[in-house]
Design a protein around this ligand. Structure first.
Ligand SMILES: Nc1ncnc2c1ncn2[C@@H]1O[C@H](COP(=O)(O)OP(=O)(O)OP(=O)(O)O)[C@@H](O)[C@H]1O
Ligand SMILES: [Mg+2]
Length: 267
């Protein structure tokens, strides 16, 4: 057990880049190596809800007031409030810190942004957790306060992108953002994950172009329907009971990503 967990964020302000999918299966790979927590910072709570925790995500319809603490309320009170450990859902493969519908509210987001040390709050909350070797952060498709909190809290940042010409500048924008935030808080982009890659010349050429222009390893994750099927079933590619060439190749790829995130922690 390490004293400090390794924290990795999956970020790209572009929607549908593969943040959640790659974050979940990487968490599956990391969970084989050590105690792992998945933190859902996506305002849509995609993973929280796909894994069945809709009660934790949605606010009561009558009044929109949460019945107890949420990740949003913990972030708001991070300097003095209750520990976030109360919110953690224990699961077999990896634990989950669920998103909340409160992330959807523009006024909530702007109120959080106005707080002192607004970028450091997730890092402060995560420091209060014990027993994890790895923490995986899934971020929303924007460069606002939740993504910035994830960047500041991270030791490694994985940048998923669908390798198409139109998407390449999203990486340049993201790098600038990470550099900007990194002026105050040292952060480390680690790798590009080319997501949902198909055997066609557009994807091949775009992967090559990213490889040539970005000073990071580029890991290719092939288009594989089992990746989304597994999430739908509340699983990862490691626990999902399908053993074909595609699933095996995907497992190897996420093992490679986990190796890169880098740890020799034994379970
Ligand atoms: N390797 C893959 N093979 C097949 N489908 C994939 C793969 N990676 C992602 N997808 C699919 O692509 C879509 C977008 O992926 P995902 O939700 O992970 O992206 P995201 O960046 O988290 O999106 P958002 O910005 O909306 O949060 C989903 O339908 C997902 O199932
Ligand atoms: Mg997502």
């Amino acid at each position: 057990m390490t004293a400090e967990p390794t924290i990795v964020a999956f970020a790209n302000q572009k929607g549908g880049a593969g943040k959640s999918t790659n974050a979940v299966h990487t968490a599956g790979a990391l969970a084989k190596r050590g105690e792992t927590l998945f933190v859902d910072l996506d305002k849509h709570g995609g993973v929280t809800c796909a894994y069945g925790y809709t009660d934790e995500y949605y606010l009561p319809e009558e009044d929109n007031v949460p019945v107890g603490p949420t990740l949003y309320s913990c972030l708001m009170q991070a300097l003095s409030g209750p520990p976030v450990s109360e919110l953690v859902i224990g699961r077999d493969e990896f634990d989950l810190l669920p998103a909340t519908e409160q992330f959807m509210s523009t006024s909530n987001i702007s109120e959080l942004s106005d707080q002192p040390r607004s970028y450091e709050r997730l890092k402060i909350l995560l420091k209060g957790l014990d027993g994890y070797d790895f923490i995986v952060l899934d971020t929303p498709p924007d460069l606002k306060i939740l993504s910035n909190n994830a960047i500041v809290a991270s030791d490694a940042i994985m940048m998923p992108v669908v390798p198409e010409k139109l998407n390449q500048n999203s990486l340049t924008i993201l790098r600038k953002q990470i550099q900007g935030v990194g002026e105050a808080y040292p952060v480390n982009p680690t790798a590009v994950i080319a997501s949902r890659v198909e055997d066609n010349s557009e994807h091949e050429e775009a992967v090559e172009a990213i490889d040539e222009t970005m000073p990071f390893p580029v890991i290719v994750v092939r288009k594989t329907t089992q990746l989304s099927q597994a999430i739908k079933e509340g699983e990862t590619i490691y626990t999902f009971e399908i053993d074909n060439d595609q699933a095996r190749a995907a497992r190897e790829t996420y093992d490679e990503i986990a190796d890169l995130i880098g740890s020799e922690v034994d379970r």
